[in-house]
Design a protein around this ligand. Structure first.
Ligand code: HEC
Ligand code: HEC
Ligand code: HEC
Ligand code: HEC
Length: 304
């Protein structure tokens, strides 16, 4: 949910200059023809009584008269305008309008024709298909019904430092295949920049082109350079694919007990990309599971 989109509605209503709207005679003609577009939106929201009370000519809104009674009208109408704007906001928040929804549809991971980002399809209307399929999935017991072709990168490297306590169990995410992929390999199937975004195991039956046709990608279909393109070197990234259990907790006294974590999740007891990120929800920036204001996300696991 982008808050500025809602806020822009009352701002738009109350600040639009009257000059762009129909002048007296035009407005009269337009309203006789039942044409409403050129009639000031504030005028449409306020009832005729309010207009009559403030303006010399009810029903039509000549440019000059509108200017004269502008401030008076604002007082009478603003409460009503705010009420309408409030209802519009509520409608957007609760998804009444059917066009704006919470969840993945309003994130950059909506890669369908309705996607919000620059990377999106020009002919695929399904959202989940870029990552999941109900049938013929790339399947092992660690990943959910996966549909995006996995990367064949042989070696991502692992994080290392003299104080890193997960070194004993951390495993390179490179060299995996359909039978061994971990949750982080799912993210890397797009974010290491080696596999085309439209490379699906089982394209949707509804799309006659088979694999979706994309816009916004590199010529070879891969994720363009930018902060979202992590590349195939994970040695400079927060460690993933290692076990975070009571043994690690016992060794590292600045971690929180993994049995009591909230907000973040472990996959089979391991830290993965999706421990911190929820790929379906960008209520927090960067798909974070919880807001990182005040480093709250970090402090769910680290007791610093
Ligand atoms: C950009 C990729 C992507 C898209 C698009 C996507 N998912 Fe996922 N989904 C994932 C990944 C990665 C996981 C594993 C990590 C996790 O569980 O958060 C996952 C896990 C899941 C899970 C199992 C975990 C859970 O939260 O219950 C379900 C169910 C699911 N997705 C449903 C959906 C549905 C339904 C859609 C479409 C509305 C969708 N996903 C779209 C990437 C995606
Ligand atoms: C099917 C391909 C695909 C998969 C799988 C995928 N992503 Fe993405 N992701 C994208 C695309 C495309 C973008 C938008 C890139 C851009 O706009 O430059 C993106 C953007 C992001 C962003 C940046 C969001 C922002 O607001 O700028 C994050 C964070 C992210 N993805 C994390 C993940 C994580 C974590 C996973 C796995 C749990 C994942 N992604 C799986 C394709 C994918
Ligand atoms: C320990 C938590 C954590 C893990 C694990 C993690 N990330 Fe992130 N990620 C973050 C945070 C926090 C941000 C936001 C950084 C910022 O706002 O500056 C982020 C940002 C991103 C971005 C946006 C680009 C950027 O640099 O801001 C992408 C893409 C991304 N992560 C993908 C991944 C992938 C793929 C993995 C697994 C290989 C992963 N993340 C693992 C915490 C994590
Ligand atoms: C899901 C739990 C989790 C979250 C969330 C998390 N971490 Fe970690 N992080 C770990 C674990 C477990 C380790 C390995 C234990 C260790 O050596 O500290 C680790 C390792 C590290 C290390 C390496 C320590 C070393 O000795 O080299 C740093 C630094 C770090 N995390 C910083 C962060 C920051 C900053 C954030 C927030 C952006 C964050 N972590 C979020 C679980 C998490």
């Amino acid at each position: 949910m982008k808050i500025n989109r809602e806020l822009s509605i009352p701002v738009l209503l109350l600040t639009r200059q009257p000059d762009i709207w129909a002048s007296g005679q035009q407005a009269r003609r337009l309203s006789r023809r039942g044409s409403q577009e050129m009639i000031h939106p504030l005028a449409r929201i306020c009832n005729a009584g309010a207009w009559r009370a403030c303006c010399p000519q009810p029903a039509v809104f000549p440019q000059r008269a509108l200017r004269r009674c502008w401030s008076l009208l604002l007082q009478v109408c603003s409460r009503r305008a705010y009420l309408v704007a409030g209802l519009v906001m509520l409608a957007l928040v609760t998804g009444w309008t059917g066009t704006v929804q919470a969840g993945i549809a309003s994130t950059k991971h909506n890669l369908s024709v309705d996607g919000l980002g620059t990377v999106k399809s020009i002919d695929e209307t399904e959202i989940c298909v870029f990552c999941h399929t109900p049938h013929r999935a790339i399947k092992n017991d660690n990943i959910p019904l996966w549909n995006h072709n996995l990367s064949t990168a042989g070696n991502y490297g692992v994080y290392t430092s003299p104080t890193f306590d997960g070194a004993a169990t951390i495993q390179d995410l490179g060299g995996t295949d359909a039978t061994t992929a971990a949750v982080s390999n799912l993210c890397l199937s797009c974010h290491d920049g080696t596999v085309a975004i439209n490379a699906l195991n089982n394209p949707s039956n509804a799309n006659l082109s088979g694999n979706p046709t994309m816009g916004g990608t590199n010529a070879d279909g891969t994720l363009p350079d930018g902060t979202a393109m992590l590349g195939t070197d994970l040695t400079d990234d927060h460690p993933v694919n290692f076990i975070y259990d009571s043994a690690l907790f016992a060794v590292d006294n600045s971690l929180n007990d993994p049995a009591t974590l909230t907000g973040v999740i472990l996959f089979n007891g391991t830290v993965q990309c999706a421990s911190c990120h929820d790929p379906h929800n960008s209520e927090n920036p960067a798909f974070l599971r919880i807001s990182n204001t005040g480093s709250a996300l970090c402090l769910r696991c680290h007791n610093k």
